[in-house]
Design a protein around this ligand. Structure first.
Ligand code: GAL
Length: 837
């Protein structure tokens, strides 16, 4: 009996002890320490409201396969608390479900509560009602703001605790974040900023999550909060205390797109280089912002002028498909880094110069592990370096990783995975029988309210709609000279933004819009006025509220004036201070025309009289869900500007008529990257395709509703499937392979493993032909490869035989396979393009 209870006591103590040891997160100068283990952690941002819950498991699985340990997300306050004290955690905002999906996949979570999040999200994540709390001033030492911020932060922390989601409770959350990039803001504000930082830190820590908090871009983050780095490169960064780990919360994998802007992209080679450079300098946590960018559904895009697509050139594209070669190249990088983990967490590296622009960073552990990173910072030339009596070739702007200090398993500039060419395949749009309904120009019958002077837009709409009507009357005396054939008077409207349509006597007189860089606009139009009373109706449109900038909550939108009419007998007439009437939103919005029931409440025009090219027009059509599982989108190229709904769900704002300004020259990976370096789509719509989540569709009879502001041609709207068109590879015969290292480690044959070409189509597709293949010295890039001076005559045969008819294939790059050496003594490559259908 005595012995039994002692054993029981012993077991219980052990269990308690083990629990403590098993569920802890702490840190030291080297890394985050989870359950007593120092870890090199690879993380990726996936924002739950930017995809659908149905997409989450697949996204997380692909993130896991891509070698991630952690999923990082912001928490979206304005999505969760649409009005004070009324919370929403359903659908795309089901935060707990999202975290549990990550947990089920065996990954960790980094929860960036903010609650200011920036993120190109409407109002930076703040609910608009917050602006109207009496006495409030955002993100500073202001009592009403602090009360609200604490309230929401506490609400989220308690929710996580109740669901046992913190690591200390056995859950997946290993880290949290308070505020977001407050350092630069604090710098501008001074003393109240500093006081706010101290308060925010204190408040967060007092919530007792049991896991560390971080503050990004906040050099003075108070202990025990870890300050972290955001940027395209963070190797230069040092945390503010020697006992904090070097962490990178945002490695931007591309950049966001704005309406009117070109589409930014970032080469995989440069991202891999930035990560290897960070790790070789002692970094232990890297997060890709974004790993999946997704879509700004509804009116969630910030800005103003941020596009509905938040693709970000991320490793998983907007639709959740793997973006190659980016996804695969980073996956290979992560494997290489993980092979180095035992040496990396064992202390500081030694750094040796290997040349003017070359360095070796070597990590060794007491137990004998050794890992080396050989870097070439030269942006132009390949370097041959000597390291521990061996020679290594390092392409420009690249780092080779040697997990045993001898064998290269990965070089950041040598991409071993395929590049995938995606295409948007149109489905028949014959089934779309469009009907139209004219939105009415607001009138005094609509029960507007009237005041003297011009009002700021957000103060009136509180963002329940993008639209606000400003109406006034102008009396024209019959003695006006222009009525006898003189020049028409000119209306000038100054607006704080973001877009404007001016209607005079029921006709569109002109439209104007701003840009992200300058949301303000001035509309100047000659007006065909008549003698007597003329009605001016200005439709002012917000295109997403600002998400960043000093006190962005105070920035104005809408027609603030002056509004003037010139060219009258009296010269100029100021309309700014006369009576203006206001109407929030559209009639169609009030009628909920985007819903099945609302759309049935009005009579639509059908057949040949359907409106075409007319402003302020609602369109509707029904369609059946296309077969298959490929992601779907709407091609809106034939339309101007407006919003789209399917079965009542908002797809978001569309604006293909806003084409991308600027110059999109070619872009090479070497050299310091910034968001202006690599851009596409110049002269084309900034966004042409709009993601339609499959889970929003019924098998038949889906209601598609569009509100067009400018005038477009709905018969050009097409539903498309996103598919892989072809897979390309371009690989050197000396491409480093992970296998070399494994063979050496496990004592298998010393014969080095040959590089291999892998080609794969998407599920359900097959390789149907080989568009190009060359073993030799091929040139060009995927889609436009050309034979070089050296070319094996068997190149096509081999790929045709091994690949055509298959879902995937692989071919070893060797003379044996290609039946002889087409040019002895020359370093050869294989370039191939396989068509998938
Ligand atoms: C960062 C910010 C993110 C996001 C990013 C740009 O500075 O922390 O929330 O806005 O810029 O995509």
């Amino acid at each position: 009996m005595w012995r039994e209870s002692t054993v029981l006591w012993f077991l219980l103590t052990l269990a308690t002890f083990t629990k403590v040891v098993l569920c802890s997160v702490s840190y030291d100068r080297t890394s985050i320490i989870i359950n007593g283990q120092r870890r090199i952690l690879i993380s990726g941002s996936i924002h739950y409201p930017r995809s659908t819950p149905e997409m989450w498991p697949d996204l997380i699985q692909k993130a896991k396969e891509g070698g991630l340990d952690v999923i990082q997300t912001y928490v979206f306050w304005n999505g969760h608390e649409p009005s004070p004290g009324k919370y929403y955690f359903e659908g795309r905002y089901d935060l707990v479900r999202f975290i549990k999906v990550v947990q089920q996949a065996g990954l960790y979570v980094h929860l960036r509560i903010g609650p200011y999040i920036c993120a190109e999200w409407n109002f930076g994540g703040f609910p608009v009602w917050l602006k109207y709390v009496p006495g409030i001033s955002f993100r500073t030492d202001n009592e009403p703001f602090k009360v609200a911020m604490k309230g929401f932060t506490q609400k989220i922390v308690e929710m996580m605790k109740a669901e046992k989601l913190f690591q200390t409770q056995g859950g997946p959350i290993i880290l949290s974040q308070i505020e977001n990039e407050y350092g630069p803001e604090e710098w501008e504000i001074g003393a109240p900023g500093k006081a706010y930082t101290a308060w925010a830190a204190d408040m967060a820590v007092s919530l007792g999550t049991g896991v560390p908090w971080i503050m990004c871009k906040q050099d003075d983050a108070p202990d025990p909060i870890i300050n972290t780095c955001n940027g395209y490169y963070c190797d230069y960064f040092t945390p503010n205390k020697p006992y904090k780990p070097k962490m990178w919360t945002e490695n931007w994998t591309g950049w966001f797109t704005e309406f009117g802007g070109a589409v930014p992209y970032r080469p995989a080679e440069d991202i891999a280089f930035s990560v290897a450079r960070f790790i070789q300098k002692g970094g232990s946590f890297v997060n890709y912002y974004m790993y999946h960018g997704g879509t700004n559904f509804g009116r969630t895009a910030g800005g103003p002028f941020i596009t509905t697509s938040y693709d970000y050139d991320a490793p998983l594209d907007e639709y959740g498909l793997i973006r190659q070669p980016k996804w695969g190249h980073l996956k290979d990088l992560h494997k290489a880094i993980k092979l180095c983990e035992p040496a990396l967490v064992s202390g500081d590296p030694t750094v040796d110069s290997l040349g003017n622009y070359q360095e070796a960073h070597v990590f060794t552990s007491k137990t004998g592990a050794c890992a080396a990173f050989l870097a070439n910072y030269d942006t132009k030339a390949t370097a041959t370096v000597s390291f521990r009596n061996m020679h290594y070739n390092l392409p420009p702007w690249s780092i080779s990783i040697l997990p045993d200090c001898t064998n290269v398993v990965f070089n950041t500039a040598m991409v071993g995975v395929q590049a995938s060419n995606m295409q948007m395949v149109p489905l028949s749009n014959e089934g779309l029988a469009w009907e139209s309904y004219n939105e009415e120009i607001a009138s005094y019958n609509d029960d507007p309210f009237t005041v003297v002077g011009l009002l700021e837009q957000l103060n009136v709409t509180r963002d329940v709609s993008d639209y606000l009507w400003y109406m006034t009357d102008v009396n024209i005396d019959s003695s006006e000279k222009f009525l006898d054939g003189g020049a028409w008077p000119v209306l000038t409207v100054m607006s704080a933004g973001h877009a404007l349509h001016a209607f005079v006597n029921g006709k569109l007189a002109g439209s104007m819009y701003g840009s992200l860089e300058d949301p303000k606009l001035t509309l100047t139009e000659s007006l065909n006025l008549w003698a007597g009373s003329n009605r001016i109706a200005l439709l002012s449109i917000a295109v997403g509220l600002p998400n960043v900038g000093k006190q962005f909550e105070t920035w104005n939108a809408g027609v603030l004036g002056p509004v003037e009419l010139s060219g009258l007998n009296e010269g100029r007439r100021d309309l700014t201070w006369q009576k203006w009437s206001y109407k929030v939103g559209l009639k169609g919005e009030a009628l909920s025309l985007h819903t099945v029931s609302g759309s049935a409440s009005v009579e639509w025009t059908q057949g040949s009289t359907v409106a075409q090219g007319e402003p302020l027009t609602w369109y509707k059509a029904t369609f059946d869900a296309p077969s298959g599982t490929e992601p779907l989108a709407l091609d809106m190229a034939s339309m101007g500007k407006g919003q789209i709904w399917i079965n009542g769900e908002s797809i978001g704002r569309y604006w293909p008529a806003y084409t991308a300004k600027g110059n999109c020259g070619g872009c090479d990976y070497p050299g310091t990257f910034d968001e202006n370096k690599c851009r596409s789509n110049c002269g084309e719509p900034s966004q042409r395709w709009y993601h339609v989540p499959r889970s929003w569709l019924n098998p038949t009879g889906n209601l598609l509703v569009i509100f067009e502001e400018w005038g477009g041609n709905p018969s050009g709207i097409t539903l498309v499937k996103r598919k892989l068109a072809s897979a390309c590879a371009d690989i050197s015969e000396w491409h480093p392979t992970l296998k070399n290292w494994q063979i050496k480690k496990y004592g298998k044959p010393e014969e080095p493993q040959k590089a291999k070409v892998h080609l794969a189509c998407s599920e359900g597709q097959k390789i149907t032909s080989i568009k190009f293949a060359s073993f030799g010295t091929p040139q060009g890039v995927c889609g436009s490869f050309k034979q070089g001076a050296c070319h094996s005559p068997h190149s096509y045969d081999i790929f045709q035989k091994r690949c055509v008819g298959q879902e995937w294939c692989s071919v070893v790059i060797s003379q044996d396979v290609f039946r002889g050496d087409p040019c002895p003594g020359v370093m050869k490559r294989v370039a191939v393009e396989a068509v998938c259908s």
